[in-house]
Design a protein around this ligand. Structure first.
Ligand code: FMN
Length: 181
């Protein structure tokens, strides 16, 4: 049976570095016969978690009118989740952080979300690889808490402008993740 993979991106740059890696991953995953569903958080209507703790009680994951409700069913069904994002101010861009925060809804409602595989694809301008800790550490702790198994991390420093990713192995490394699901 083909694996279901949800890809959640964080960049608003369609021609940017993380999208290029995302596209390389998606192409490789589809070649592995995976069923890939991609959500570009930057182009969705996503707000922060209100901590109302009424998740899933009103027929939808988030009680607010929020596009997380489009993503949640796919997360619930997925065999694997991939986060693909640039670093913004040593952390996640706001829109993808909204998605990550709202994964809390599964915990509040006691919905089974454990035993999935996950991966991280990330990039940043600075050459210092520890800048990527701002997305890597929350990713690893989230995976541990949710009992998801991380199958790989592609962490690419030193890319600023669209096209810079072509000077790195980022796209090849992102594509190689596809075999790990
Ligand atoms: C609002 C904003 C904040 C950023 N903050 C950082 C940062 O803290 N550290 C860093 O190295 N790069 C930072 N960058 C640079 C991006 O991470 C870098 O340009 C990356 O390649 C963008 O990925 P994308 O092309 O997929 O959008 C920032 C960019 C923007 C627009």
């Amino acid at each position: 049976m083909s694996k279901k993979i949800v890809v959640i991106t964080g960049s608003p740059r369609k021609n940017g570095n993380s999208f290029a890696m995302t596209e390389a991953f998606v192409k490789a995953a589809e070649a592995e016969d995976c069923e890939v569903t991609r959500f570009d958080a930057a182009f969705m209507k996503l707000g922060g978690c209100h901590a109302c703790e009424t998740c899933f009680s009103k027929g939808k994951a988030c009680s607010f009118d929020d596009d997380f409700n489009k993503i949640a069913p796919y997360i619930g069904e997925a065999d694997g989740i991939v986060f693909s994002t640039p670093v913004y101010w040593y952390s996640y861009p706001a829109q993808i952080k909204c998605v990550i925060d709202k994964i809390y809804s599964f915990c509040v409602a006691g919905k089974a979300v454990a035993d999935k595989k996950c991966a991280l694809i990330a990039c940043c301008e600075e050459e210092d690889k520890t800048v990527l800790d701002g997305v890597r550490v929350p990713y690893e702790r989230t995976a541990a808490l949710l009992k998801w198994k991380s199958v790989g991390e592609v962490l690419v420093p030193g890319v600023l402008n669209p096209g810079d990713i072509d000077k790195t192995n980022g796209k090849e490394e992102a594509a190689a993740l596809a075999k790990k699901f």
